[in-house]
Design a protein around this ligand. Structure first.
Ligand code: 1GP
Length: 227
């Protein structure tokens, strides 16, 4: 199926290691959000991913697997997003993990389903920040990553990741000024519609994750950012 991902304003990210009831998953899928991303850092298993995919597939909504481990990849998603952690201090998370995965699975990959995301992880408390041994970039660093993503690497997505904490809208605004083709995705700490609106002024797409598990009703309201 063809989807215009650039038009996605709001997406929910579901963690295969956490649980929602089937009624809640129905509500998420029918909320009016543009897509569901399945992704997480800890305890992502093939069983968890398949279980979530089968529930999401009951509804007509685009579904993306954000790949964090090759052990939990399964067919059936519309897209497979491959993070490249630009501010990791280890080449493993920029190039080597992806290289190994392609070496192993290359012949099976439908390249039209694959999307590369340049990640800049900005919350030192985030699991992904620690796992990938990031450093905390300053404003100029982040802007330079945005320019590299668009001008050097032609990455379709730049993802400002504050997972677990609400980020700096002024930085998001400044980064957006340096991007024309590359889609700016913001994720992290959005718990209210007001926060969703603030970040959506600048980011092309906002991602809402954790708050679904903490305050479901308020989290669902964030979808009204699309109006
Ligand atoms: C996580 O960017 C997403 O990868 C969303 O962040 O879970 O903090 O909403 P939260």
């Amino acid at each position: 199926m063809l989807y215009n991902r650039k038009a996605w304003k709001h997406v929910f990210k579901l963690d295969p290691a956490k649980s929602l009831t089937s009624d809640q998953i129905r509500e998420v899928c029918q909320s009016g959000t543009d897509a569901i991303v399945v992704g997480g850092t800890d305890n992502v298993t093939l069983e968890g991913v398949i279980n979530l995919l089968s529930q999401i597939r009951m509804y007509s909504i685009p579904c993306v697997l954000e790949v964090s481990t090759v052990d939990a990849i399964t067919p059936g998603f519309d897209f497979y997003d491959i993070p490249i952690v630009l501010n990791s201090q280890e080449k493993k998370w920029v190039l080597d993990a992806q290289h190994q995965a392609i070496k192993q699975f290359g012949p099976m990959i439908d390249w039209s389903e694959l999307t590369t995301e340049g990640y800049v992880i900005l919350n030192p408390e985030a699991k992904a920040y620690q796992l990938t041994n990031c450093y905390l970039p300053d404003r100029e660093d982040v802007i330079a990553y945005a320019q590299m993503a668009e001008q050097m690497f032609n990455l379709p997505i730049l993802y400002l990741e504050y997972s677990g904490t609400y980020g700096d809208p002024e930085l998001v605004r400044q980064v957006k000024q340096h991007l024309n083709k590359t889609q700016l995705v913001y994720g992290g700490g959005i718990t209210t519609l007001e926060q969703a609106k603030e970040m959506a002024q600048y980011a092309d797409t906002i991602v809402v994750g954790n708050s679904l598990y903490d305050n479901f009703a308020e989290s669902i309201e964030t979808v009204h950012v699309k109006k």
